[in-house]
Structures are given as C-alpha cells and as structure tokens.
Design a binder for this molecule. Structure first.
Ligand code: ZN
Length: 246
C-alpha cells in the first residue's frame, strides 16, 4: 500500500490544491500523512487546515504551527517569519486552532516515524549535514523517519554506520535500511525549484522490504499565491521567493 507524505504546506492553498490533484492521479486511495508547518508564511491558513482535514491527513506539529498557536518560539524567528506568524495568530479560526493544537510532535506509524524537524529535536533541528543526520539515524526506533523543515528534498541513509546523502531526483529510490526521508515543501520549496514537492512512499509488504520513495514536483498557480500574500499585507519577500524556490 502506498502513502502520500506532505510537508511544509505553509498556508499555500494554491500549491496544496495542485498537489492533491496530482495525488488523485498517482495515488488516489493512499492515506495522507504530513510533517508539519501546515501554516505560517502563506496567506491561506484556514483554507489549508480545512483541506487537510477534508482529506483526513494525519501528521505532526511544526515550529510555525507552534508559533501560530501562541508559543514564544516566535521570538526566535526572523522578522518576516515573525510578522507572518503573528498575522496567522490573528486570522486562525477556532476550528483550525483546535486541529493544530491536537498535532503531536512525534508520531510512530508502523515502520516509520513522523516528525517535523529531526528525531532529537522534532520542532527545530535542521538536518543539513552528515554529523546531524548520523546522530538522528542512530537514534531511530523505526527503520524510517519522514520529516521536513529544511524545505529541501533529501535522503540520508546509514551505510556501514556512516550517514550517506543520496541524490534525489524524479526516479523512485529503493529504501534498504535506516533512512531519514525529507519530503521537501509543498508551499515554499527552497531547492531552487519553485514547483510544489510531495513524496510517494510505496511500501513493500510482500518482501518485508521498506519499499521505495518517489519525489513528485508539481507546477501550481504561483501568481495567485503571491497576490494573496500581498493582499494580506504580508512581507513582499514571502511572495517573491515563491517564484524562485529559495
Ligand atoms: Zn517550514
């Protein structure tokens, strides 16, 4: 059975709609998991929460979700992120707030664990280097960890006890052992590819293997997402960065 993994939607309803259209073509019956940062930066937090609720998405809390709920983690954000978080606090409706507040920080789902950032620090740690990846890989209690936070698709694997970064492209990649699988970002990609990213995990139950993962990239209506950010009075660079994917 396949699983769809979304991360860092960041209140970008235009990107989420395009991703869900692609999901409907590729994996229409697959459960949807998410790795947090549902809101923050983008202009449509309530619409994104409602859409994830509608599709029955299961997932975890991100640092921007926490900030939007009133946590003082917002003090550690840069100015633009803080402005967006404070705006999100104002516009979140009671239903969205309740759904976000119920998100756990860590979620074990059979052979996979879901977190937003890292296993050691599910809210804030960026896994960007081999030393950080290695310590997190060694701590895993499930073979796989799905996460986001960096907004960059990535696959770290433990090979002969050393963390190895596998290049990620369009082709499916078979999973062999302890792995950190970063789904990339639906709503604010930062790998210089502005298309929305999502991850398909095809489990391999017959052979008791870990299956394979495929990163999908989807074009979406970036100008509409930018207009919504401008109309909300959010900082310009939150709109302009969407066009360049960084
Ligand atoms: Zn994020």
């Amino acid at each position: 059975m396949s699983v769809v993994i979304l991360s860092d939607v960041h209140a970008n309803i235009q990107a989420l709609h395009a991703v869900l259209d692609d999901v409907a073509k590729v994996a229409p019956h697959a459960p949807i998991w998410h790795c947090g940062d549902v809101v923050g930066y983008g202009a449509s937090p309530n619409e994104v929460v409602a859409e994830l609720q509608r599709v029955g998405a299961t997932g975890v809390m991100g640092n921007h979700d926490l900030a939007a709920l009133g946590d003082d983690i917002v003090e550690s954000f840069n100015e633009g992120a803080r402005t967006a978080a404070l705006w999100t606090r104002e516009v979140l409706n009671a239903q969205s707030r309740e759904w976000l507040r119920a998100l756990p920080r860590v979620l074990e789902m059979g052979s996979a664990t879901l977190v937003h950032a890292s296993l050691r620090d599910p809210i804030m740690e960026y896994v960007m280097d081999a030393a950080t990846a290695e310590e997190n890989l060694r701590g895993l209690s499930t073979p796989l960890l799905f996460h986001g936070h960096t907004h960059i698709p990535a696959l770290w694997e433990l090979r002969r006890d050393v963390a190895h970064l596998t290049a990620v492209g369009d082709a499916p990649i078979a999973l062999h052992g302890a792995s950190l699988v970063n789904a990339g970002s639906v709503g604010q990609p930062r790998d210089r590819d502005p298309r929305a990213a999502w991850l398909l995990w095809e489990r391999d139950e017959q052979s008791a293997g870990l299956g394979r993962v495929t990163w999908r990239r989807v074009e979406y209506d970036i100008p509409s997402a930018q207009e919504a950010i401008d109309a909300a009075g959010l900082p310009d660079w939150l709109a302009s960065r969407l066009a360049v994917g960084r």
